[in-house]
Design a protein around this ligand. Structure first.
Ligand code: 6PG
Length: 255
């Protein structure tokens, strides 16, 4: 696909090292240029795949005090619930490095999905005003330094599922759904305008069960195929990188 960079790795371990290098480098560049690193993370296997960022040498070289951490999507469950994306990231990453607790923008777990989505968008608007999170040149959208996405075998990214009306959202930055095909059903998610306004977006995918979706998301398949949410990721002014292992890339024509 035009403009996207494909990084195909022989092993998951090699992918994880490249991903940690990539995150550390973007952190350094953002801190140098803006004084902050605004990063939004997803749930799922991504969290363990990015785990090397908490190990040597990165744990000592990354400027953790400058990290502002957000969630691309969250499940509407308590923060200590096994399904919570916050809990996953806290246990797998954030508890291992000296991030500033006040810079960790988890989604409120004590209100309805709709209220929590509105509150998260409100918080984000304040941070864009102060330029802690950058702003897009072409819209008023937040311009994250990095948005990290996983992809499901159905081609969903964030909590944006195939054929769902949430994909059409043009005005809201954060929306909610109550009918997620992947449990739990209630979720809060960034919308496509926010994802596509980022400076850098990475989609991190491993495993042969996702090879069809990778093919449909990246290759020039034409209009007779379903339009996957992952295919709609195309940053307006930013860079898109796909991190794939061999099994996930096995049905690609482009590689
Ligand atoms: C979520 C995630 C979601 C995830 C994909 C891929 O909350 O479910 O944010 O978008 O990234 O479902 O998950 P896996 O990598 O575990 O397959």
């Amino acid at each position: 696909k035009d403009g996207a960079e494909l990084r195909i790795h022989d092993s998951v371990d090699e992918l994880a090292t490249d991903l940690a290098d990539y995150i550390a480098e973007l952190s350094e560049v953002s801190v140098k240029e803006r004084g902050f690193f605004a990063i939004a993370i997803s749930g799922g296997s991504l969290i363990s795949l990015m785990g090397k960022i908490c190990e040597a040498p990165y744990n000592k070289t990354v400027d953790w005090a400058k990290w502002y951490i957000f969630w691309v999507d969250e499940r509407v469950v308590a923060k200590n619930h096994a399904d919570s994306n916050y809990k996953l990231a806290k246990d797998g990453l954030l508890s291992k490095v000296p991030v500033v607790p006040g810079h960790v923008y988890s989604i409120n777990d004590s209100m309805s999905a709709e209220e929590a989505a509105n509150e998260y968008e409100f918080v984000l608007r304040q941070l864009v005003k102060t330029r802690t999170v950058g702003v897009s040149e072409s819209s008023d959208c937040p311009k994250f330094d990095l948005i990290l996405l996983g992809m499901g075998p159905d081609g969903h990214i964030a909590s944006l599922f195939p054929n769902h009306t949430a994909l059409d959202e043009k005005d809201e930055w954060v929306t909610f759904i109550t009918d997620s095909p992947k449990p739990p059903p209630e979720r809060i998610t960034f919308t496509l305008p926010v994802i596509n306004s980022a400076s850098n977006v990475a989609v991190v995918v491993t495993g042969g069960n996702k090879a069809d979706a990778v093919h449909l998301a990246i290759d020039d398949v034409g209009p007779d195929h379903p339009l996957l949410p992952a295919r709609m990721v195309c940053p307006t002014n930013g860079k898109l990188v796909w991190f794939l292992d061999r099994p996930a890339a096995s049905k690609l024509e482009a590689s």
